[in-house]
Design a protein around this ligand. Structure first.
Ligand SMILES: *Cc1c(COP(=O)(O)O)cnc(C)c1O
Length: 370
């Protein structure tokens, strides 16, 4: 079988989606499944929809178009602000987009009028993480402008925390989003369908008993795919963290000295200064260790986001090689090894043309968190 490959267990993904959709439904919260880390892989999106996910969020219009071509009928939400250069495509293919710029709203409205369509807009509010969002003081003015524009449907407001500065959703910023929703509804005498509280980083706050207030919508990616929340990297109870794993193949396995030798400088991928510990000759008292190379590198995955199997530790990586040391049974050329992935490792593996995908079905086993 070809390696490296992502093994994607669709039943486990179904379980993760179903579990979260049900848990959140109890709190009155609907889920948009964010598939960007999988490049909108149709099999995964279909699995989520079958599990009760009501809409799909994607950061790139190209992916939304591809999902449309593959016959996906659920509403598509563009979760990154549209580029002005792509508004025609956004209006034609995305039901809703996240927005924070009046200039873009105006272009969307003009295009929607031209195409004879209505385009939904979710206005993003800046609540401290300093990525996208309208400052709360400017929100009323932007809403007034949005309501005056033709062919736009104001879906509500939302926020995104955790992604830039790791700011956690908490009682204060979440209550602020609820308060803003209610204030806008009063000010403009309307009802906003969505109060979109955030992403997977909102789950710890909710699990700890946080009051959703007006929040009735979340956009979830990592939690559905990897069963983890991003802020503390903890497992979400009852979910699979191994629904998607990476399999790589050993191409060299030898006992080698544990320390490098020669004049030591930077490597192509080093970030810290080289330490001068390398001696001129192989160090006589450095014990030999079982070292192996896997055919996997920076071009395939974010090596810092890999969790190796038991008894194996990662010593480094370059474009095409992952260097590991193992204790216990020596690895052999041709062996396959299975690694767990962080979100960034998953994103890169899905993006690499060298990593294939294999869908696995069959019994799920028990989720780690249960
Ligand atoms: C990526 C993204 C999400 C999903 O984030 P996860 O941490 O994967 O749940 C939600 N909203 C926006 C705006 C995003 O960019």
């Amino acid at each position: 079988m070809s390696a490296p490959r992502l093994e994607i267990h669709l039943e486990r993904l179904h379980h993760n989606a179903r579990t979260l959709v049900e848990r959140l439904a109890h709190k009155g919260i609907a889920v948009t499944g964010v598939s960007k880390a999988t490049l909108g892989l149709a099999e995964i999106v279909r699995t989520w929809v079958a599990a009760g996910v009501g809409s799909i969020g994607e950061s790139r219009i190209e992916t939304i178009e591809a999902l449309g071509r593959s016959g996906m009928a659920v509403p598509m939400l563009l979760i990154r602000s549209p580029m002005l250069s792509q508004v025609e495509r956004v209006v034609a293919h995305a039901a809703i987009s996240c927005n924070s710029e009046v200039r873009v709203l105006e272009a969307l409205a003009a295009t929607a009028a031209h195409q004879g369509l209505r385009h939904g807009v979710l206005l993003m509010v800046e609540l401290g993480d300093l990525r996208e969002g309208i400052l709360p003081v400017d929100l009323e003015q932007v809403v007034r402008r949005t309501l005056a524009l033709p062919n736009l449907l104001l879906m509500g407001i939302g926020t995104n925390l955790g992604c830039q500065h790791g700011i956690a959703p908490d009682a204060i910023n979440m209550a602020e989003l609820s308060r803003l929703t209610t204030a806008l509804e009063r000010r403009f005498t309307l009802r906003l369908p969505w109060c979109s509280g955030g992403n997977s980083a909102n789950l710890p706050w909710l699990a700890a008993g946080g009051d959703p207030g007006r929040i009735n919508h979340l956009r979830l990616g990592e939690a559905l795919l990897l069963g983890r929340e991003p802020l503390g990297r903890t497992t979400i109870p009852g979910l699979y963290t191994d629904a998607i794993t990476l399999v790589a193949e050993v191409i060299e396995a030898k006992a080698k000295p544990s320390q490098a030798w020669g004049d030591r400088r930077h490597t192509s991928f080093s970030t810290a200064s080289p330490d001068a510990r390398a001696g001129p000759q192989p160090c006589a008292d450095a014990p030999a260790v079982q070292r192996a190379l896997l055919a996997l590198g920076e071009q395939d995955v974010d090596p810092a986001g890999l969790t190796p199997p038991a008894g194996v530790s990662i010593r480094g990586a370059s474009s095409d090689h992952l260097v590991v040391e193992s204790t216990g049974r020596p690895l052999q050329v041709g062996d396959e090894q299975r690694y767990q992935l962080s979100y960034s490792a998953l994103l890169r593996a899905m993006t690499s043309p060298f990593v294939s995908r294999r869908f696995v079905t069959g019994p799920c086993g028990r989720p780690q968190g249960s």
